[in-house]
Design a protein around this ligand. Structure first.
Ligand code: SF4
Ligand code: SF4
Length: 418
């Protein structure tokens, strides 16, 4: 009979604080109540509480010190390990569990570090996610497109007359502001109208800005979420390049790029520029009187907080202030909003790890938006936008989805029949 060995998980890179957090978990179950994946799966093993317990047991089973004595040593059979390693990726890294945890365990950082240990030891992730990482590194974007295609939206917009002016490609000291569009807003043909709106808004406001054009690169945030350790070297190279541009401000239209550049890159090295999300920047332009929102948009709208902008970065009110400034537009909130906003499921590599689960999460969020009675739904992240658009289509939803930049552009009176 062949005996299947339980794999060993190299967890040396967990910090003492992270190791102690496994003991800090009181198993209260608060995370379970709020986890969007648990709502859909209804199985204990997807919850942070269960993952904490499995991880602690795995650690103790591998430990050869005092705690590793037979008396304390839990039996981890290969099936338990296999289940843990699959469930680790059934998570969108939405950060809700951290927010509701009474002892404030930094769950997402823990999941990302364990995913890295799995990646290095080839115990995870599933083949589709690993292939996704390889594609990202090979092409510099997840769409398998040549870098030259990053600017197709410019020619399209100019030809249609919907892009006000050709944006300059930034060179050293060309402009103080870099508009960093991100892969989704650059390549995805259903979403790259966001790039046109973002560029139009900055042009209209008279902001001296440039884009990187074909020299823009993926922020590689997904590598970090999925656990690919090459994130470190690729992010360092990106940061060094950004630091040489002579910019003082980087504005990005994507919540994923925002979290990655603002938070993950700053752990790698010093940034000599400030990072803003477009929604935050528009709020500043409005407050400084550089733009005005005079064109009415009659109707009710509800707002989806991207997890990476909201819970991960604390930006809740800036986009809401902008929406409230649009004449005749009434903002109504979903039951779960701000810190408690329900994830649409597209983050954290969940889309690659478990597409059905991601789609179910998007449909669930669309139903919550419909329940407000709003005719419109908006979000300022291209990735959330794509997930919600998929959810709306699947649900046959009558709700009209707007990207935040599109609404602002309309309210500014910029031609926007894209
Ligand atoms: S909320 Fe925090 S303490 Fe409670 S079970 Fe979840 S991880 Fe453990
Ligand atoms: S990060 Fe979100 S999806 Fe992942 S376990 Fe926590 S609450 Fe659930």
């Amino acid at each position: 009979m062949v005996t299947v060995q339980t794999p060993k998980l190299p967890l040396d890179q967990l910090s003492p604080r992270q190791l102690m957090s496994l003991d800090a978990c009181t198993r209260c179950g608060e995370c379970q109540k709020w986890c969007p994946v648990y709502t859909l799966e209804n199985k204990e093993d997807v919850t942070p509480r269960a993952k904490m317990k499995y991880l602690k047991d795995i650690l103790r089973s591998q430990y050869s010190g005092f705690l590793g004595l037979k008396l304390f040593k839990p039996e981890i059979n290969p099936d338990i390990f296999d289940n843990f390693s699959r469930r680790l990726y059934d998570c969108s890294c939405c950060n809700q569990c951290h927010f509701v945890c009474p002892v404030r365990i930094d769950t997402v950082e823990l999941w990302e570090n364990i995913r890295e240990a799995m990646f290095v030891s080839r115990l995870g992730p599933a083949p589709d996610s690993r292939t996704y990482c390889e594609t990202l590194k090979q092409y510099g974007n997840p769409y398998k497109k040549e870098q030259s295609a990053r600017t197709d939206w410019i020619e399209k917009g100019l030809a249609k007359g919907t892009l006000l002016a050709r944006p300059e490609f930034i060179q050293v000291n060309l402009a103080p502001v870099l508009l960093f569009l991100g892969c989704t807003a650059s390549f995805d043909e259903k979403i790259n109208l966001v790039s046109q709106h973002a560029a139009n808004i900055l042009s209209y406001a008279g902001i001296p800005f440039g884009i990187l054009g074909p020299d823009e690169f993926c922020c590689y945030g997904k590598l970090r979420r999925i656990g690919d350790p090459e994130f470190q070297s690729l992010a360092r190279a990106n940061l060094e390049k950004l630091n040489t541009l002579g910019i003082n401000t980087l504005v990005t239209a994507c919540a994923g790029c925002y979290k990655t550049i603002k938070q993950d890159y700053s752990k790698i090295g010093r940034q000599n520029f400030k990072v803003y999300h477009l929604a935050e920047y528009i709020d500043i332009l409005l407050a400084e009187g550089k733009i005005s929102l005079n064109v009415p948009i009659p109707g009710k709208i509800t707002y989806h907080d991207p997890c990476l902008l909201g819970r991960h970065n604390g930006i809740y009110e800036a986009p809401r202030r902008v929406l409230r400034a649009i004449p005749q537009l009434e903002l109504v909130e979903m039951e779960r909003n701000r810190q408690y906003s329900r994830c649409c499921g597209v983050g954290g590599g969940l889309k690659m790890a478990n597409h059905d689960l991601q789609e179910a999460a998007s449909v669930y969020r669309i139903r919550e938006a419909e329940a407000t009675g709003a005719g419109y739904l908006t979000t300022p992240c291209p990735t959330c936008y794509s997930g919600l658009a998929g959810g709306a289509e699947k649900n046959g939803s009558p709700i009209k989805l707007y990207h935040f930049a599109e609404l602002v552009s309309k309210a500014m009176g910029i031609k926007s029949d894209l």
